[in-house]
Write a protein of this length. Structure first.
Lengths: 95, 485
């Protein structure tokens, strides 16, 4: 299997990471060598194996639906790169 | 006492409790040594003046019943610390100041310890050499221009160089055990669910665990006892009976069955590692353990499985860094453009690589072929351990396939870097506890570690085996203080 530049650009779009041509080419090379290594898994027959989704064999605990944290508005906004009063500011979305 | 920083945690606790030393004296000693050791680049953020202030306060009204009374320590910069910058080694969190405290660090402060600062690590804990950190390489105190391992490289270097008596790291695929092995220190990765993940910057949520790093097994046991608690804030935290690991520590391991997995004898394994392993087997026998050959047939599939599961979870966890709510933001002409530039400029190359791998294996049309396949193989790997533990109480392996390498030696070849974790990754995939203890030196005089893997929740057992073997091994680290002018 080989990951071409078109696929790299598609993944870059899905990942929301912009790439220039040089970076895209480097990544194509890296990803191809990593996926060559990953292909080893195809040696194994796994049709009848249940996928492991969690190593902890416990069921999630239920808890009462209570408010534990109050008045966090200031804390939530504190690290924002750009805010206005109680809102996060982002570039204009609606024309 | 001029040799304060040479003391183990247990000695420092004893000396503070018996009032031979004050917290201020101890804190001052570690702060002074840290200040003389800037060349190692272990700190991302120093908090020395607050630490000295807290030590003074502790001494005014010392509570000597605590487990870590007035003990100063630095922690990996992956743990959120309230009001102190937490970067995860990334530019994207360069200015992030948490408004809350991680459960693990809170447990430590509750027992009287004092924060000295935040330690360097690979960016988002993705790396095996601490070379992916936005804040630069960390030097291994063992030798100049040698990597300290990763991702908890600042932590391992700081403990080995005696800049902090103990520390905590996180381990997703070997990030505590491999750096411990590279620096001649002890590192424990607990069972998944033992230590709360609340407030730890997430990498791969089904694999991440916090754990103690120290100069000896006893100190490691004491710190594990402090950090391991059931926590409702982490839905994967497990409510099991936790031991008082340091009090219950014993060297009596007579009759314990220790398994030697033949699949860990990998191709091209250096003879030094093979010899170390043989020596380890002899030490275990000397301690009265019974050695049993076992098989973990899917070992060779662990790394390929890990490099699907971990990036997949990372790509999902790191989707939150969008330049809106916190962290670095790049300007863009529209919202999408802002996201794309923020993430392109804010994340380093290795993190971008892993996000791309993860996005690809989870993308439409590839999910079954990669992610589902990896989850199935992960089950087979776990089954291997379950079968082995019907016959044995613990498993002994080398910690790493080599000793520490030079800075820059492996940065251009991601796969050769990934191979560092060949012996540690299976343990994370199966959610088991594993400890690395220093066990010898290679021809260059660099430390080598042995790993003891336990059953789930059986930390006490592997700590005991490590404790017994540590005495027989009698390891001495060769640290010359070359970085102190």
């Amino acid at each position: 299997m080989s990951i071409d530049l078109k696929t790299i650009k598609h993944i870059s779009k899905l990942s929301r990471i912009s790439l220039d041509e040089k970076k895209a080419e480097k990544l194509a090379g890296d990803l191809n060598s990593i996926f060559d290594f990953i292909e080893k898994l195809n040696e194994l027959k796994t049709d009848n194996v249940e996928p492991l989704t969690s190593v902890a064999e416990t069921t999630l605990k239920l808890r009462p639906d209570e408010v534990k944290s109050k008045n966090l508005r200031e804390q939530v906004i504190k690290n924002s790169p750009n805010e206005n009063e109680d809102y996060f500011v982002v570039p204009k979305v609606i024309e | 006492m001029s040799d304060i920083t040479k003391q183990s945690l247990s000695e420092l606790v004893e000396n503070i409790k018996s009032k031979k030393l004050s917290s201020s004296e101890v804190t001052k000693a570690f702060v002074e040594r840290s200040e003389k050791s800037k060349e190692l680049n272990v700190y991302i953020t120093e908090d020395y003046s607050n630490a000295l202030e807290k030590a003074k306060k502790f001494d005014e009204k010392p509570n000597l019943d605590l487990k870590l009374p007035g003990i100063p320590m630095a922690v990996k910069d992956l743990f959120c610390t309230k009001d102190l910058r937490t970067t995860a080694g990334s530019k994207i969190l360069n200015n992030f100041v948490p408004t809350y405290e991680s459960t693990v660090t809170q447990n430590i402060w509750n027992e009287g310890a004092i924060l000295m600062g935040k330690l360097n690590c690979d960016e988002f804990a993705m790396g095996s050499s601490n070379e992916t950190s936005f804040f630069g390489n960390v030097q291994n105190p063992i030798d100049k221009n040698l990597v300290p391992g990763g991702s908890s490289g600042g932590s391992s270097s700081a403990v080995a160089a005696q800049l902090t008596p103990i520390t905590i790291g996180t381990d997703t695929g070997g990030s505590i055990r491999q750096p411990a092995s590279f620096t001649g220190t002890v590192g424990l990765k607990p069972t998944y669910g033992s230590c709360s993940r609340y407030g730890i910057v997430a990498f791969a949520s089904s694999l991440d665990q916090a754990g103690p790093m120290a100069q000896n097994v006893k100190d490691c046991a004491l710190l594990q006892e402090v950090i391991s608690t059931y926590d409702v804030k982490d839905s994967t935290s497990i409510d099991f009976k936790r031991n008082e690991y340091s009090k219950e520590l014993t060297k009596d391991i007579k009759g314990k069955k220790i398994g030697i997995p033949k699949e860990y004898r990998v191709d091209d394994m250096p003879k030094e590692i093979e010899d170390l392993w043989k020596k380890g087997i002899e030490y275990a026998k000397d301690c009265g353990a019974e050695i049993i050959d076992i098989s973990l047939p899917h070992t060779n599939y662990a790394l390929p499985t890990y490099y699907i599961v971990a990036p997949a979870e990372a790509s999902s966890n790191l989707a939150r860094y969008d330049g809106v709510k916190y962290g670095f933001r790049a300007e863009g002409e529209n919202l999408i453009n802002m996201y794309e530039k923020t993430r392109s400029e804010g994340f380093g190359a290795e993190v971008q690589r892993r996000i791309m791998i993860g996005t690809y294996v989870l993308s439409s049309g590839y999910y079954d072929a990669y992610y589902l396949k990896a989850q199935k193989v992960r089950k087979l790997i776990k089954n291997d351990f379950d079968d082995a533990y019907k016959k044995v109480d613990a498993i002994l392996t080398p910690s790493t396939p080599s000793s520490a390498f030079k800075i820059g030696e492996k940065t251009n070849d991601p796969v050769s870097m990934y191979l560092n974790d060949i012996f540690t990754v299976p343990v994370n995939l199966a959610g088991l506890p594993g400890i690395s203890i220093p066990a010898g030196h290679d021809a260059k005089g660099y430390p080598l570690g042995l790993q003891i893997i336990g059953k789930a929740f059986d930390e006490q057992n592997i700590l005991n085996i490590a404790y017994a073997m540590e005495e027989k091994i009698n390891f001495k680290n060769n640290i010359t203080d070359w970085w102190i002018k």
